[in-house]
Design a binder for this molecule. Structure first.
Ligand code: HEM
Length: 373
Protein backbone atom coordinates (compact mmCIF):
# COMPACT_ATOMS: atom_id res chain seq x y z
CA UNK A 1 0.00 0.00 0.00
CA UNK A 2 1.35 3.50 -0.75
CA UNK A 3 2.08 5.52 2.37
CA UNK A 4 -0.70 7.79 3.59
CA UNK A 5 -3.14 6.57 0.95
CA UNK A 6 -6.37 8.40 0.12
CA UNK A 7 -9.12 5.78 0.40
CA UNK A 8 -11.87 8.35 -0.18
CA UNK A 9 -10.94 9.64 -3.65
CA UNK A 10 -13.41 7.63 -5.72
CA UNK A 11 -16.40 8.37 -3.48
CA UNK A 12 -15.38 12.03 -3.14
CA UNK A 13 -15.22 12.47 -6.90
CA UNK A 14 -18.39 10.48 -7.61
CA UNK A 15 -20.86 11.57 -4.95
CA UNK A 16 -19.08 13.57 -2.26
CA UNK A 17 -20.26 11.18 0.48
CA UNK A 18 -19.22 7.75 1.72
CA UNK A 19 -21.38 5.71 4.07
CA UNK A 20 -19.44 4.12 6.93
CA UNK A 21 -21.10 1.68 9.26
CA UNK A 22 -20.26 2.23 12.90
CA UNK A 23 -21.74 0.07 15.66
CA UNK A 24 -24.80 -0.56 13.46
CA UNK A 25 -25.23 3.12 12.59
CA UNK A 26 -24.74 4.18 8.98
CA UNK A 27 -22.84 7.48 8.97
CA UNK A 28 -22.31 9.47 5.76
CA UNK A 29 -18.79 10.87 5.73
CA UNK A 30 -18.57 14.28 4.03
CA UNK A 31 -15.61 14.18 1.69
CA UNK A 32 -15.17 17.40 -0.32
CA UNK A 33 -13.50 20.49 1.15
CA UNK A 34 -16.26 22.92 0.14
CA UNK A 35 -19.06 20.73 1.54
CA UNK A 36 -17.10 20.14 4.71
CA UNK A 37 -16.50 23.83 5.37
CA UNK A 38 -20.16 24.63 4.74
CA UNK A 39 -21.28 21.87 7.11
CA UNK A 40 -18.92 22.89 9.90
CA UNK A 41 -20.08 26.50 9.77
CA UNK A 42 -23.72 25.48 10.07
CA UNK A 43 -23.60 24.34 13.70
CA UNK A 44 -27.37 24.81 14.18
CA UNK A 45 -28.05 22.01 11.69
CA UNK A 46 -24.83 20.02 12.27
CA UNK A 47 -24.49 20.06 16.02
CA UNK A 48 -21.72 19.08 18.42
CA UNK A 49 -24.14 19.03 21.34
CA UNK A 50 -24.16 15.25 21.78
CA UNK A 51 -21.86 13.91 24.51
CA UNK A 52 -19.76 10.84 23.58
CA UNK A 53 -20.76 11.10 19.92
CA UNK A 54 -18.46 13.82 18.51
CA UNK A 55 -15.08 12.18 18.80
CA UNK A 56 -14.12 9.15 16.72
CA UNK A 57 -16.51 6.30 17.37
CA UNK A 58 -13.79 3.93 18.52
CA UNK A 59 -13.38 6.15 21.61
CA UNK A 60 -17.04 6.31 22.61
CA UNK A 61 -16.78 3.81 25.46
CA UNK A 62 -13.41 4.85 26.81
CA UNK A 63 -14.43 7.63 29.18
CA UNK A 64 -17.17 8.50 31.62
CA UNK A 65 -17.72 12.22 31.04
CA UNK A 66 -18.54 14.68 28.28
CA UNK A 67 -15.48 16.28 26.70
CA UNK A 68 -15.47 20.09 26.91
CA UNK A 69 -15.63 22.24 24.80
CA UNK A 70 -15.63 19.85 21.83
CA UNK A 71 -18.99 18.21 22.58
CA UNK A 72 -20.95 21.47 22.77
CA UNK A 73 -22.56 24.17 20.64
CA UNK A 74 -22.65 27.92 21.28
CA UNK A 75 -23.32 29.64 23.57
CA UNK A 76 -21.88 27.04 26.01
CA UNK A 77 -19.03 26.18 23.65
CA UNK A 78 -18.02 29.84 23.35
CA UNK A 79 -18.05 30.36 27.13
CA UNK A 80 -16.01 27.27 27.99
CA UNK A 81 -13.56 27.84 25.15
CA UNK A 82 -12.93 31.40 26.35
CA UNK A 83 -11.70 30.22 29.76
CA UNK A 84 -9.18 27.71 28.40
CA UNK A 85 -7.99 29.53 25.28
CA UNK A 86 -5.32 31.68 27.00
CA UNK A 87 -3.59 28.50 28.18
CA UNK A 88 -3.67 26.97 24.71
CA UNK A 89 -2.15 30.16 23.27
CA UNK A 90 0.97 29.90 25.45
CA UNK A 91 2.94 28.39 22.52
CA UNK A 92 2.71 31.75 20.71
CA UNK A 93 4.79 33.45 23.44
CA UNK A 94 8.45 34.02 22.53
CA UNK A 95 9.89 32.50 25.71
CA UNK A 96 7.81 29.36 25.22
CA UNK A 97 8.89 29.11 21.57
CA UNK A 98 12.56 29.40 22.47
CA UNK A 99 12.23 26.76 25.20
CA UNK A 100 10.45 24.33 22.85
CA UNK A 101 13.05 24.86 20.10
CA UNK A 102 15.84 24.10 22.59
CA UNK A 103 14.10 21.00 23.87
CA UNK A 104 13.48 19.60 20.37
CA UNK A 105 16.99 20.49 19.26
CA UNK A 106 18.50 18.60 22.20
CA UNK A 107 16.29 15.58 21.43
CA UNK A 108 17.49 15.58 17.81
CA UNK A 109 21.11 15.78 18.91
CA UNK A 110 20.55 12.89 21.38
CA UNK A 111 18.98 10.90 18.53
CA UNK A 112 22.09 11.56 16.43
CA UNK A 113 24.32 10.36 19.27
CA UNK A 114 22.32 7.17 19.62
CA UNK A 115 22.82 5.98 16.08
CA UNK A 116 19.94 3.57 15.56
CA UNK A 117 16.63 4.72 17.03
CA UNK A 118 13.02 3.53 17.24
CA UNK A 119 11.48 6.86 16.36
CA UNK A 120 7.87 6.31 17.49
CA UNK A 121 8.36 5.24 21.14
CA UNK A 122 11.85 6.67 21.67
CA UNK A 123 11.37 9.98 19.91
CA UNK A 124 7.84 11.04 18.87
CA UNK A 125 6.14 9.84 22.07
CA UNK A 126 8.61 11.45 24.54
CA UNK A 127 8.65 14.59 22.40
CA UNK A 128 4.86 14.90 22.57
CA UNK A 129 4.85 14.21 26.33
CA UNK A 130 7.64 16.67 27.15
CA UNK A 131 5.94 19.31 25.00
CA UNK A 132 2.63 18.73 26.81
CA UNK A 133 4.33 19.25 30.18
CA UNK A 134 5.34 22.69 28.86
CA UNK A 135 1.83 23.45 27.63
CA UNK A 136 0.24 22.47 30.95
CA UNK A 137 3.06 24.15 32.86
CA UNK A 138 3.67 21.11 35.07
CA UNK A 139 7.02 19.54 36.07
CA UNK A 140 8.68 17.70 33.22
CA UNK A 141 8.77 14.53 35.35
CA UNK A 142 5.04 14.10 34.56
CA UNK A 143 5.99 13.43 30.94
CA UNK A 144 7.41 10.07 32.07
CA UNK A 145 4.00 9.08 33.52
CA UNK A 146 2.23 9.91 30.25
CA UNK A 147 4.91 8.19 28.21
CA UNK A 148 4.19 4.94 30.04
CA UNK A 149 0.55 5.16 28.87
CA UNK A 150 1.60 4.51 25.28
CA UNK A 151 0.67 6.12 22.02
CA UNK A 152 -2.93 6.99 22.76
CA UNK A 153 -4.14 8.75 25.91
CA UNK A 154 -7.47 6.91 26.05
CA UNK A 155 -7.11 3.49 24.45
CA UNK A 156 -4.00 2.06 25.98
CA UNK A 157 -5.02 1.61 29.58
CA UNK A 158 -3.81 4.90 30.96
CA UNK A 159 -6.13 5.53 33.84
CA UNK A 160 -6.36 9.07 32.49
CA UNK A 161 -9.46 10.01 34.50
CA UNK A 162 -7.96 8.81 37.79
CA UNK A 163 -4.75 10.68 36.96
CA UNK A 164 -6.45 14.01 36.17
CA UNK A 165 -8.69 13.67 39.25
CA UNK A 166 -5.55 13.29 41.38
CA UNK A 167 -3.96 16.34 39.75
CA UNK A 168 -7.00 18.54 40.52
CA UNK A 169 -6.89 17.46 44.19
CA UNK A 170 -3.13 18.05 44.42
CA UNK A 171 -3.50 21.48 42.80
CA UNK A 172 -6.14 22.45 45.37
CA UNK A 173 -3.58 21.89 48.14
CA UNK A 174 -0.76 23.48 46.24
CA UNK A 175 -2.09 26.24 43.97
CA UNK A 176 0.37 27.12 41.18
CA UNK A 177 0.48 28.46 37.61
CA UNK A 178 -0.35 25.14 36.03
CA UNK A 179 -3.36 24.01 33.98
CA UNK A 180 -5.00 22.13 36.87
CA UNK A 181 -4.69 25.09 39.25
CA UNK A 182 -6.07 27.39 36.56
CA UNK A 183 -9.16 25.20 36.13
CA UNK A 184 -9.61 24.94 39.92
CA UNK A 185 -9.46 28.71 40.28
CA UNK A 186 -11.27 30.00 37.21
CA UNK A 187 -14.62 31.73 37.55
CA UNK A 188 -17.23 30.45 35.12
CA UNK A 189 -20.56 32.27 34.93
CA UNK A 190 -20.05 33.51 38.51
CA UNK A 191 -19.15 30.10 39.98
CA UNK A 192 -16.31 27.59 40.11
CA UNK A 193 -16.18 24.77 37.57
CA UNK A 194 -17.59 21.45 38.78
CA UNK A 195 -15.32 18.41 39.06
CA UNK A 196 -17.00 16.87 36.01
CA UNK A 197 -16.46 20.00 33.92
CA UNK A 198 -12.79 20.14 34.87
CA UNK A 199 -12.39 16.46 34.04
CA UNK A 200 -14.12 16.96 30.67
CA UNK A 201 -11.71 19.76 29.74
CA UNK A 202 -8.64 17.82 30.91
CA UNK A 203 -9.78 14.68 29.09
CA UNK A 204 -9.91 16.21 25.61
CA UNK A 205 -6.69 18.13 26.26
CA UNK A 206 -4.82 14.86 26.88
CA UNK A 207 -6.64 12.79 24.24
CA UNK A 208 -6.79 15.33 21.40
CA UNK A 209 -3.10 16.05 21.22
CA UNK A 210 -1.42 12.69 21.70
CA UNK A 211 -1.61 10.28 18.75
CA UNK A 212 -2.29 13.15 16.34
CA UNK A 213 1.05 14.80 17.13
CA UNK A 214 2.93 11.50 17.36
CA UNK A 215 1.64 10.37 13.96
CA UNK A 216 2.71 13.60 12.24
CA UNK A 217 6.17 13.51 13.87
CA UNK A 218 6.84 9.88 12.89
CA UNK A 219 5.48 10.48 9.38
CA UNK A 220 7.88 13.42 8.93
CA UNK A 221 10.84 11.27 9.94
CA UNK A 222 9.86 8.52 7.49
CA UNK A 223 9.24 11.06 4.72
CA UNK A 224 12.68 12.63 5.22
CA UNK A 225 14.30 9.19 5.03
CA UNK A 226 12.52 8.43 1.76
CA UNK A 227 13.16 11.87 0.21
CA UNK A 228 16.84 12.68 0.78
CA UNK A 229 16.52 16.08 -0.95
CA UNK A 230 13.80 17.31 1.42
CA UNK A 231 16.14 18.39 4.23
CA UNK A 232 18.36 20.20 1.70
CA UNK A 233 15.26 21.97 0.42
CA UNK A 234 14.28 23.14 3.93
CA UNK A 235 17.82 24.39 4.55
CA UNK A 236 17.50 26.84 1.63
CA UNK A 237 15.10 29.22 3.31
CA UNK A 238 13.52 29.52 6.76
CA UNK A 239 10.12 30.19 5.19
CA UNK A 240 9.92 26.55 4.04
CA UNK A 241 9.72 25.45 7.68
CA UNK A 242 6.30 27.13 7.88
CA UNK A 243 5.00 25.85 4.54
CA UNK A 244 6.30 22.33 5.16
CA UNK A 245 4.62 22.24 8.58
CA UNK A 246 1.21 23.03 7.05
CA UNK A 247 1.84 20.55 4.23
CA UNK A 248 2.61 17.68 6.60
CA UNK A 249 -0.56 18.38 8.58
CA UNK A 250 -2.53 18.39 5.28
CA UNK A 251 -0.88 15.28 3.90
CA UNK A 252 -0.88 13.14 7.06
CA UNK A 253 -4.21 14.45 8.45
CA UNK A 254 -3.93 12.11 11.43
CA UNK A 255 -7.50 12.60 12.63
CA UNK A 256 -9.78 10.80 10.17
CA UNK A 257 -13.21 11.85 11.35
CA UNK A 258 -15.19 13.88 13.84
CA UNK A 259 -18.95 13.76 13.74
CA UNK A 260 -21.89 16.12 14.01
CA UNK A 261 -25.54 15.24 14.64
CA UNK A 262 -28.48 16.58 12.69
CA UNK A 263 -31.45 17.66 14.81
CA UNK A 264 -33.37 18.59 11.63
CA UNK A 265 -33.49 17.29 8.06
CA UNK A 266 -30.34 18.74 6.47
CA UNK A 267 -28.59 18.79 3.13
CA UNK A 268 -24.99 18.08 2.12
CA UNK A 269 -24.55 18.90 -1.56
CA UNK A 270 -27.52 17.18 -3.22
CA UNK A 271 -27.90 14.61 -0.48
CA UNK A 272 -30.60 14.78 2.15
CA UNK A 273 -29.55 13.88 5.71
CA UNK A 274 -32.48 12.63 7.82
CA UNK A 275 -33.23 14.27 11.18
CA UNK A 276 -31.68 12.36 14.07
CA UNK A 277 -28.71 11.01 12.11
CA UNK A 278 -25.01 11.80 12.26
CA UNK A 279 -22.53 12.88 9.61
CA UNK A 280 -18.75 12.40 9.64
CA UNK A 281 -16.40 15.30 8.92
CA UNK A 282 -13.66 13.55 7.01
CA UNK A 283 -10.68 15.92 7.28
CA UNK A 284 -8.12 13.81 5.35
CA UNK A 285 -10.47 13.45 2.40
CA UNK A 286 -11.10 17.21 2.19
CA UNK A 287 -7.34 17.74 2.36
CA UNK A 288 -6.85 15.64 -0.81
CA UNK A 289 -9.61 17.40 -2.77
CA UNK A 290 -8.15 17.78 -6.27
CA UNK A 291 -10.48 20.69 -7.03
CA UNK A 292 -8.58 22.67 -4.35
CA UNK A 293 -5.09 21.15 -4.11
CA UNK A 294 -2.84 20.56 -7.13
CA UNK A 295 -0.96 17.25 -6.87
CA UNK A 296 -3.00 16.35 -3.74
CA UNK A 297 -1.20 13.05 -3.15
CA UNK A 298 2.24 14.61 -3.10
CA UNK A 299 4.02 16.44 -0.31
CA UNK A 300 4.80 19.87 -1.76
CA UNK A 301 7.05 21.44 0.84
CA UNK A 302 6.51 24.99 -0.42
CA UNK A 303 2.76 24.68 -1.09
CA UNK A 304 1.17 28.15 -1.03
CA UNK A 305 -1.71 28.70 -0.62
CA UNK A 306 -2.54 25.69 1.48
CA UNK A 307 -6.13 25.99 2.70
CA UNK A 308 -6.11 22.60 4.46
CA UNK A 309 -8.47 21.86 7.30
CA UNK A 310 -6.36 19.31 9.14
CA UNK A 311 -6.89 21.29 12.36
CA UNK A 312 -10.62 21.62 11.67
CA UNK A 313 -12.46 24.75 10.67
CA UNK A 314 -14.75 27.32 12.27
CA UNK A 315 -15.63 27.59 15.94
CA UNK A 316 -14.22 24.21 17.00
CA UNK A 317 -10.90 24.65 15.18
CA UNK A 318 -8.16 22.90 17.09
CA UNK A 319 -7.25 24.56 20.38
CA UNK A 320 -3.96 22.68 20.33
CA UNK A 321 -2.95 23.93 16.87
CA UNK A 322 -0.42 26.51 18.18
CA UNK A 323 1.23 23.74 20.22
CA UNK A 324 1.17 21.22 17.36
CA UNK A 325 2.54 23.79 14.89
CA UNK A 326 5.33 24.78 17.26
CA UNK A 327 6.34 21.14 17.79
CA UNK A 328 6.35 20.42 14.05
CA UNK A 329 8.21 23.61 13.09
CA UNK A 330 10.79 23.08 15.82
CA UNK A 331 11.31 19.53 14.60
CA UNK A 332 11.69 20.54 10.94
CA UNK A 333 14.13 23.28 11.89
CA UNK A 334 16.26 21.03 14.10
CA UNK A 335 16.31 18.24 11.53
CA UNK A 336 17.34 20.65 8.78
CA UNK A 337 20.06 22.22 10.94
CA UNK A 338 21.54 19.09 12.45
CA UNK A 339 20.76 16.09 10.30
CA UNK A 340 22.44 15.28 7.01
CA UNK A 341 20.45 12.16 6.21
CA UNK A 342 18.06 9.61 7.70
CA UNK A 343 18.41 5.95 6.89
CA UNK A 344 15.21 3.92 7.16
CA UNK A 345 15.78 0.49 8.64
CA UNK A 346 12.21 -0.77 9.17
CA UNK A 347 8.65 0.52 9.61
CA UNK A 348 5.30 -0.77 10.83
CA UNK A 349 2.54 1.55 9.59
CA UNK A 350 -0.36 2.42 11.91
CA UNK A 351 -3.50 1.44 10.00
CA UNK A 352 -7.09 2.41 10.77
CA UNK A 353 -9.44 -0.24 9.44
CA UNK A 354 -13.16 0.29 9.13
CA UNK A 355 -15.78 -1.63 7.19
CA UNK A 356 -15.73 0.92 4.35
CA UNK A 357 -12.10 2.07 4.27
CA UNK A 358 -8.54 1.30 5.33
CA UNK A 359 -6.21 4.22 5.90
CA UNK A 360 -2.72 4.81 7.23
CA UNK A 361 -2.70 7.41 10.00
CA UNK A 362 0.94 7.16 11.05
CA UNK A 363 3.35 4.51 12.30
CA UNK A 364 3.46 2.02 15.17
CA UNK A 365 7.19 1.54 14.79
CA UNK A 366 9.94 3.24 12.81
CA UNK A 367 13.58 2.22 13.08
CA UNK A 368 15.99 4.79 11.61
CA UNK A 369 19.58 5.89 11.77
CA UNK A 370 20.26 9.61 11.76
CA UNK A 371 23.58 10.94 10.42
CA UNK A 372 25.09 14.34 11.04
CA UNK A 373 27.53 16.32 8.90
C1 HEM B 1 -1.37 17.51 14.47
C2 HEM B 1 -2.04 17.54 15.60
C3 HEM B 1 -3.53 17.78 15.73
C4 HEM B 1 -4.53 17.61 14.82
C5 HEM B 1 -4.42 17.13 13.38
C6 HEM B 1 -5.77 18.02 15.47
C7 HEM B 1 -7.01 18.03 14.84
C8 HEM B 1 -8.16 18.62 15.40
C9 HEM B 1 -9.40 18.84 14.70
C10 HEM B 1 -9.68 18.41 13.26
C11 HEM B 1 -10.27 19.46 15.56
C12 HEM B 1 -11.70 19.93 15.26
C13 HEM B 1 -12.78 19.15 15.97
C14 HEM B 1 -14.20 19.57 15.61
O1 HEM B 1 -14.44 20.30 14.65
O2 HEM B 1 -15.12 19.12 16.30
C15 HEM B 1 -9.58 19.62 16.82
C16 HEM B 1 -10.10 20.18 17.97
C17 HEM B 1 -9.47 20.20 19.20
N1 HEM B 1 -8.16 19.82 19.45
FE1 HEM B 1 -6.81 19.20 18.08
N2 HEM B 1 -5.48 18.37 16.76
C18 HEM B 1 -4.12 18.26 16.96
C19 HEM B 1 -3.42 18.57 18.11
C20 HEM B 1 -3.99 18.95 19.31
C21 HEM B 1 -3.27 19.21 20.53
C22 HEM B 1 -1.75 19.18 20.66
C23 HEM B 1 -4.21 19.47 21.49
C24 HEM B 1 -4.04 19.78 22.96
C25 HEM B 1 -2.93 19.67 23.63
C26 HEM B 1 -5.52 19.44 20.84
C27 HEM B 1 -6.72 19.72 21.46
C28 HEM B 1 -7.91 19.98 20.79
C29 HEM B 1 -9.12 20.48 21.45
C30 HEM B 1 -9.26 20.79 22.94
C31 HEM B 1 -10.10 20.62 20.45
C32 HEM B 1 -11.55 21.09 20.63
C33 HEM B 1 -11.72 22.55 20.28
C34 HEM B 1 -13.16 23.02 20.36
O3 HEM B 1 -14.07 22.22 20.43
O4 HEM B 1 -13.38 24.26 20.40
N3 HEM B 1 -5.34 19.11 19.53
N4 HEM B 1 -8.28 19.12 16.69
Amino acid sequence: MPTHNDPFREAREQSGLQITECNGERIPYILGLKDLRKTVKDWQNFSSDHPFKVVPHSEENLRSMRQIPIEMDPPDHTDYRAIVEPFFKRPTHTEYMVDMAEMVSSMVSDALDKGELEAVHEFALPLQCRALARLLNVPESEAEVWRAWGLHALTEGSGLEAYTAKQFTAAEKNQGDDFFSMLNGVEFKGRALTFEEKQGIANVTFAGGKDTVINVVSSIIVYMSEHPGALDFLRQDEKYIMTACEEFVRYVSPLTVISRSCPHISKVGDHEIPAGSRVGLCWPSANRDASVFKKPDEVVLDRVPNPHIGFGYGIHNCLGAPQARLIIRSLLKSLSEQVKSIQLISVVPRIEKEESYTRQVGYDRVVVKLSSW
